[in-house]
Design a protein around this ligand. Structure first.
Ligand code: KG4
Ligand code: ZN
Length: 434
């Protein structure tokens, strides 16, 4: 990888660190688009025995893994000292406080020792920018490409700088529809009122005893399931004008169901769907059918997955039409779901709207996406105090939300980053209520 960009100027290389949940990750990203290194030490095996992420175990594992992971990322780009790079980025929330602190404290130490600027990144903004990355990794670096849900090889993020863009963020902790009006400028359209989509996958997988993490387990079980055997509700949707389902729709209810009207049009709710699965299982048991028997569990998993995908695609399609967007981007762990990708692809291809999903290895947590988001934040939002994302901060971010060209950007004031702390779950940076 050449160290100059297409314009001939030196590439801006960011070391990014991500420890918000159960992946210890470090990456080096050039100019916000090129992955030079992408290292992820997953803790999945460790948490599997608990059936979910055990926060204290996660923090301790980050402590054990972080130094090696960062050293590997630097070795991938043949950097002996971090000061040879241009900036350090770190996820500072939302996430598990103990886990975030490991990454934040290491990043602070590296920034202090090297004199490099430190760029705090919102984890969700990281997921958004996974769609802007090209995974043209250096030889020997993991995960240069991946299979999509249809078995095709994917070569990376392809979102382009055309706005407004519609973002569907679907992860273990969040489900949000966001209008992206420009780089780092967001308007929150709707969010889940209770469980996130990924959380619902995880909880239903636990009910069915399919294993952890739940999303991939449900997807795998659903492959041999009949989504039409059981009917499950589509929360915050209503019967549509069309009564005839498409012949190729299998058990999808689209377009015979549409988003509800009114204040919850772009909101989601998945907790009732999880309860509906539980009630269905109880009913089957009462009737003498073992709900966790392999084929029955597969049929329930398929029906559940289809219900979630109907809601996600139905609401995204509605928002895309309402706001006349130029492109749609799906991101976050649940964007790895094959049915979601296929259903969204089918819908948006039919109406001729560009749809982007990250390659599979960038759907779940990684540090490359944090490096990408940091680059755009550094380029488009002028210097700010890297303080917790409180009201003052967000007001300031809104004031400066109009683009600042890359060459006019300024660095954060020296050592202010020592005040950087982690913060609890909050809506997106710069979000504006409807
Ligand atoms: O973005 P992510 O890695 O972590 C958070 O920021 O939360 O998302 C993790 C979530 C988990 O709930 C996991 O079950 C879900 O993403 N997930 C999936 C799939 N792969 C991961 N959900 C559905 N289908 C998948 N293939
Ligand atoms: Zn995530």
């Amino acid at each position: 990888m050449s160290l100059t960009n297409a314009g001939g100027s030196p590439a801006y290389r960011i070391l990014a660190i991500e420890t918000s949940c159960d992946e210890t990750a470090a990456a080096v990203v050039a100019d916000g688009r090129h992955i030079l290194s992408n290292r992820v030490a997953s803790q999945i095996e460790l948490h599997r025995r608990f059936g979910g992420v055990y926060p204290e175990v996660a923090s301790r594992q980050h402590v054990l893994a972080i130094q090696t992971v960062v050293e590997e990322a630097l070795a991938d780009v043949s950097v002996a000292h971090v000061r040879e790079l241009d900036a350090i980025a770190v996820t500072h929330g939302p996430g598990l406080a103990g886990s975030l602190l490991v990454g934040v404290n290491l990043a602070k130490g590296l920034a202090f020792a090297s004199g490099l600027p430190l760029i705090p990144v919102n984890h969700l903004e990281g997921h958004i920018y996974s769609n802007w990355l090209y995974p043209d990794c250096s030889p020997g670096v993991e995960s240069s490409a991946s299979e999509d849900g249809n078995g095709r090889t994917q070569r990376g993020g392809s979102a382009f700088d055309q706005f407004p863009a519609l973002l569907l963020i679907v992860s273990g902790g969040h489900t949000e529809l966001v209008l992206m009006e420009g780089h780092c400028r967001y308007r929150l359209l709707g969010a889940t009122l209770d469980d996130a989509a990924g959380e619902a996958f995880d909880k239903v997988a636990r009910l069915l005893e399919l294993g952890y993490p739940g999303g991939p387990a449900i997807q795998a079980a659903a492959e041999s399931g009949d989504a039409g055997r059981f009917h499950l509700p589509r929360p915050l949707m209503r019967p549509g004008r069309r009564t005839e389902r498409q012949p190729d729709a299998k058990a999808s209810l689209l377009p015979t169901v549409l988003p509800v009207q009114g204040e919850h049009r772009f909101n989601f709710s998945f907790s009732g769907l999880k309860t509906a699965v539980l009630n269905l299982m109880r009913q089957l048991e009462r009737e003498g059918t073992e709900a966790r028997q392999t084929q029955t569990a597969a049929d329930i998993a398929a029906a559940f997955q289809m219900a979630v995908v109907d809601v996600l695609v139905g609401k995204t399609a509605d928002a895309a039409a309402e706001f006349g967007v130029k492109q749609v981007c799906i991101c976050g762990g649940v964007s790895a779901n094959g049915l979601l990708r296929r259903a969204a692809e089918q819908h948006f291809a039919k109406i001729g709207l560009p749809l982007h999903c990250p390659p599979l290895f960038l759907c779940t947590d990684n540090a490359a996406m944090i490096g990408a988001a940091a680059y755009y934040r550094q380029s488009y939002v002028p210097a700010r105090q890297p303080s917790p994302m409180g009201h003052e901060h967000r007001q300031h971010a809104q004031e400066v939300a109009h683009s600042t060209p890359h060459d006019q950007r300024s660095e954060p004031p020296a050592r202010d980053f020592l005040a950087l702390d982690v913060y609890a779950s909050l809506p997106l940076v710069d979000s504006v209520e409807r």
